[in-house]
Each structure stands twice: as C-alpha cells, then as structure tokens.
Design a protein around this ligand. Structure first.
Ligand code: ATP
Length: 310
C-alpha cells in the first residue's frame, strides 16, 4: 500500500571494493579468520531500485554475467530488505531491481554492495529512518563486507572486516581490473589457505597474534601516493587464489611488465587489480591487456558508499 508521503521508487548506488592490504590471522574457534584490511571503494557500482510492493520480489540484470546470482531468499539484497522489515516492524514488502556491474564471485564484494544498497533503498522507500549506527549493525549481520559498502571511501577493517575505522585518503588511485568469466568461491579460497598453512606450519614464522594494517599503507593512502602504495600492496589470500587459478599468475606478470605499478588479486579473487600511475597510464595498460584477449576495466577510488541517486 502506498501512502501519499512515501516515495514511489528509490535508486541507490553502492561501490565494489579492492582490499589494498589484507592480513589474515589464525582461524577463530567459530571457524572465521581474524583479519586486518585496508578497503578502497572503487568506481564499479551496483544499482538497486526499490519499488513498493505487498510482497518481497527481486530481479537481477547487469553488464556482468549474472547467471550465478541466486534470485531467491539466498540473495543478499533480498535478505537485507527482509532483515530491515523484521527489525522495524514494517508490514509491507518491496520489489528490488538489482543492476550489477561488479563481477559476480569476483572478490570485489558485489553481493555485499547489493545488500548495502538494498538497506539504504528500503530505509528511504519505507521511511523507516533507522539511522546510520543501526544500519551499520544490520549490515554487519548480513556479511563482513557489507558495512564497508555502506560507508565507502577508504577504511580499515578489523575483526572479520566489519569493525571499521575510517582512514584519510587524498587524491585518486587509478586501477585496471582484469575480470574472469569464472568466479572463485570465497570459502574455497579460505579453505585452500588453511590447508596451505597446516602443511607449512613449521616453515612459517608465527602470525602476529592480532593482524594489523601496516602504518606505511596508511601513510601512502593519506599522501595519495600510488607509487608508494604499489610497493605495499598485500593480500594473504593471493597464494591460495593462485593455487586454484594458476592462470592468474600469468595475468599478474603481463600487467606488471606492461606498465602497471603493481598488481594484486582482489580479495578472494579471481579479479586482478593493477595500480596505475595516472588515468592515462591506466588507459594504456587497459589497451595492452585487452589486446591480449583479457577483459580489462578501468576504475578509480576512493568513491562514496551506498547513496541515494534517484
Ligand atoms: P566477497 O564479498 O566474499 O569478496 P565476492 O565479491 O567474491 O564476495 P559476490 O559477487 O559478492 O562475490 O558473491 C558471492 C556469492 O554470493 C555468489 O556466488 C552468490 O552465490 C551469492 N550471492 C548472494 N546474493 C548475491 C548478490 N546480490 N549478488 C551476487 N552474488 C550473490
């Protein structure tokens, strides 16, 4: 039922992310890993359009292959809408249209962006006005990367990645993203990391008790200095992702020998993110990679988190 003061439709845009630093600690008794990460939101966006409905419904489309995205109650956007309704006692429903541009199962937090966008869209559509602290709490219940998609910009994530503190960042970082047709499952990549660590337990230095983001990374972000940041990029999931997808090592080598400052697997992969010196250098690198038959996209960061755009 639509009341006169309610908006007929709300469109919210939320960004994908790159973990420019990701240190993974020991497995916790609950099976999750403690981690420390520096997130940067980048200009690959998901749009969620919310319209009044009596029930809950969802449609998914976009510029990426969406065939792997569930459209039932497993969908994170739908779960976000249902959670907000349950928490606020909202009795109606919503129709969500999700327009995806972030590669599915690509290690860039596309599903998390959808969840964050759906929370903001439904909150505005329904007039529930829960406020940012409560929205953040709901976001954390939906997934570790959802609070960051809500906030955007640059932030440090600890705990499971959901305990956020903002980080200052100046300027603009230019990225070329090589996306894969086939996604990688995040739990599988963590499984590969655990197996690797068990096998080599005696060979590796004990991990720090509590993972932390190097202060040099914070300095490079604050200075807006891509050349320094390039030296400091770190992803503890990268070896595991390369174990499951050895072809990504060739992609990394190709980008790094074709003008990138550095390359890194994004989160759990398989997206490979190359940091470029300038917007022009990013375009040049994209041209080379596309010429080699790769699917390479331009993006820059940091950009804002989930926000109403219409
Ligand atoms: P992560 O946040 O773990 O890095 P990712 O970016 O690698 O995730 P996503 O695209 O967020 O991957 O999706 C991972 C899985 O989540 C998909 O394979 C899909 O089964 C499920 N999923 C649930 N809801 C969505 C959604 N709205 N969009 C995409 N995937 C979804």
């Amino acid at each position: 039922m639509t009341m006169a003061y309610e908006q007929p439709q709300v469109r919210v845009r939320a960004p994908g992310k790159i973990n420019v630093f990701l240190e993974i600690g020991e497995t916790q008794p609950d099976g999750y890993h403690q981690l420390a990460t520096a997130f940067q939101a980048v200009s690959l966006y998901e749009d969620v359009v919310a319209t009044h409905a009596d029930d809950f419904g969802l449609a998914v489309s976009g510029s990426v292959d969406v065939s792997g995205v569930p459209v039932d109650d497993r969908n994170l956007a739908l779960r976000a809408a249902r959670l907000l309704a349950a928490e606020t006692g909202y009795a109606g429903g919503v129709r969500l249209e999700v327009l995806k541009h972030v590669p599915v199962a690509g290690g860039m937090g596309g599903g998390s962006a959808d969840a964050a966008a759906a929370l903001v869209a439904c909150d505005a559509l329904w007039g529930t006005a829960v406020g940012s602290a409560r929205l953040h709490g709901l976001a954390a219940r939906l997934g570790a990367d959802v609070p960051f998609a809500l906030k955007g910009g640059t932030a440090i994530g600890t705990g499971r990645g959901d305990e956020l503190s903002p980080a200052l960042a100046r300027g603009r970082f230019d990225w070329v993203l090589v996306v894969s047709e086939e996604g990688l499952s995040t739990p599988e990549v963590y499984g590969a990391l655990d197996r690797h660590r068990d096998r080599h337990r005696l060979d590796i230095a004990p991990a720090r008790a509590v993972p932390a983001v190097d202060s040099a990374v914070l300095h490079a972000l604050r200075a807006g200095d891509p050349a320094t940041l390039a030296e400091l990029l770190r992803n503890d999931l990268q070896a595991a992702a390369l174990g499951l997808r050895p072809d990504l090592a060739e992609t990394l080598e190709l980008g790094e020998s074709s003008g990138a400052l550095a390359g890194i697997v994004s989160g759990s992969g398989p997206t490979v993110a190359f940091l470029a010196e300038s917007p022009e250098a990013a375009v040049d690198l994209q041209t080379v990679l596309v010429g080699q038959g790769l699917d390479a996209l331009l993006a820059h960061g940091p950009v804002p988190g989930a926000r109403v755009v219409g």
